[in-house]
Design a protein around this ligand. Structure first.
Ligand code: HEM
Length: 147
């Protein structure tokens, strides 16, 4: 029987499944593998913190995801196509594994966050951004302007 998302264990299942799809994806795979060179062992627990905080208000995620995507956007411009694909994979992963209010909320919030990220990135084209000094991680004083 398909259940709703109940706990961190369910979230771990979702993010693991999502990243295996994203890494294999013809559009997103390049960004994760070649550009960000993402270390999944390190990244997956952070994503669990993030979604546990979004869905269950766990408060375990205290980092700045927007800054990392600004840094990524400077290395490889993230377009509408990337966001649409990301959301398609996210929704398909959740729908394949779960159904219920938390599942719907996880999709709704992903759409909202993606829209907000996309608008903020579009407001700062890569050519106008400072060049990163050491890889995709930004320093604290480089906070992007809010609003
Ligand atoms: C264009 C679509 C997207 C791409 C290609 C993308 C790619 C990435 C990559 C490569 C990282 C790792 C960055 C690093 O550690 O250096 C990352 C981190 C992350 N992404 Fe995305 N992302 C996208 C959209 C989203 C969306 C829509 C969300 C949320 C709904 C999201 C949430 C996160 C979070 C929470 C992190 C972890 C940040 C941290 O380490 O604190 N991403 N993303």
């Amino acid at each position: 029987m398909v259940t709703d998302i109940r706990d961190r264990g369910d979230i771990a299942g979702i993010v693991t499944d999502f990243y295996s799809r994203a890494f294999a994806d013809d559009l997103l795979g390049h960004v994760f593998v070649d550009v960000a060179k993402l270390d999944l062992d390190r990244h997956l627990p952070i994503m669990c913190d993030f979604w546990e905080t979004v869905i269950f208000k766990a408060g375990t995620y205290r980092r700045n995801a927007l800054q990392l995507h600004f840094a990524l956007h400077r290395l490889e411009p993230l377009t509408e196509r990337h966001f649409t694909r990301w959301l398609t994979l996210w929704a398909a992963t959740i729908d394949d594994r779960h159904a219920g209010p938390h599942a719907e909320y996880a999709k709704l919030q992903a759409g909202r966050i993606a829209g907000s990220m996309r608008r903020r990135l579009a407001g700062r084209p890569p050519s106008q951004s400072p060049v990163p000094v050491a890889g995709p991680t930004l320093r604290a004083h480089e906070d992007p302007p809010q609003g």
